[in-house]
Design a protein around this ligand. Structure first.
Ligand code: G3P
Length: 215
């Protein structure tokens, strides 16, 4: 499973990218709006930091608008992936754009049936929202597991991005459920790297080392 970061904050992306663990980036209108910056400028900056797929979401709600936006955004950078909502218009736009060789990420997926339709439209990526499903009392990771089984069973090449990841356990569970990618917020990546026993171990290593130097 590959790790993507789910943010439009270039400082966060740079920090985690420097660890050498990032394979891509996902953004959404909420995340871009939070930065208060020009969309194109942010995406170009992100593409300069991470050499991998960078999802940029369309704002249009109708199919012609999404197709036009997709074609325009693809010109921003070769690594841009067009993020489309899992609606009838989004699925239709996905079919058209993928036929033109423009990679799409179908987002806001909350059921395996939605994910199957996205894959049938030729989507390169499909993003089930694990955390939001958990919030509504449904097992979000089950959708990831079902999609992994369906894609394997029926030979779909669509890659599953486990999205709406809320804690480090979600990362592990996504990997075990067969997600190809987990897109993880900065705060969760930071939580995942930290462990009190690692810190405790470091303190004792240092103490023992320094004691031996003075002996
Ligand atoms: O990638 C989707 C993600 O941005 C949504 O996460 O935490 O807003 O449900 P969340």
């Amino acid at each position: 499973m590959e790790l993507y970061i789910d943010t439009a904050n270039v400082k966060e992306i740079k920090e985690i990218s420097d660890w050498g663990v990032l394979s891509g980036v996902t953004t959404n209108p909420t995340l871009v709006a939070r930065e208060g910056r020009d969309f194109l400028e942010v995406i170009k900056e992100i593409c300069d930091i991470v050499d991998g797929p960078v999802s940029a979401e369309v704002i249009s709600e109708d199919m012609p608008g999404m197709i036009q936006e997709g074609r325009e955004k693809k010109n921003w950078h070769d690594n841009v992936v067009i993020k489309l909502p899992c609606t009838p218009a989004g699925i239709g736009a996905c079919s058209v754009l993928e036929a033109e060789g423009i990679h799409c990420n179908v987002t806001l997926v909350f059921s395996a049936a939605q994910g199957f339709l996205a894959a049938s439209a030729g989507a390169t990526f499909v993003s089930p929202f694990v955390g939001r499903l958990d919030d509504s009392g449904t097992d979000g990771m089950q959708v990831v597991e079902d999609l992994a089984e369906i894609f394997e069973l029926h030979g779909f090449n669509t890659r599953i991005i486990a999205a709406s990841i809320r804690n480090p356990n979600h990362i592990t569970a996504a990997a075990l459920a067969g997600a190809h990618i987990a897109t993880v917020p900065y705060s969760v990546i930071k939580k995942a790297i930290l462990h009190p026993l690692t810190d405790k171990g470091l303190v004792s290593f240092k103490r023992d080392w320094e004691a031996a130097q003075q002996a």
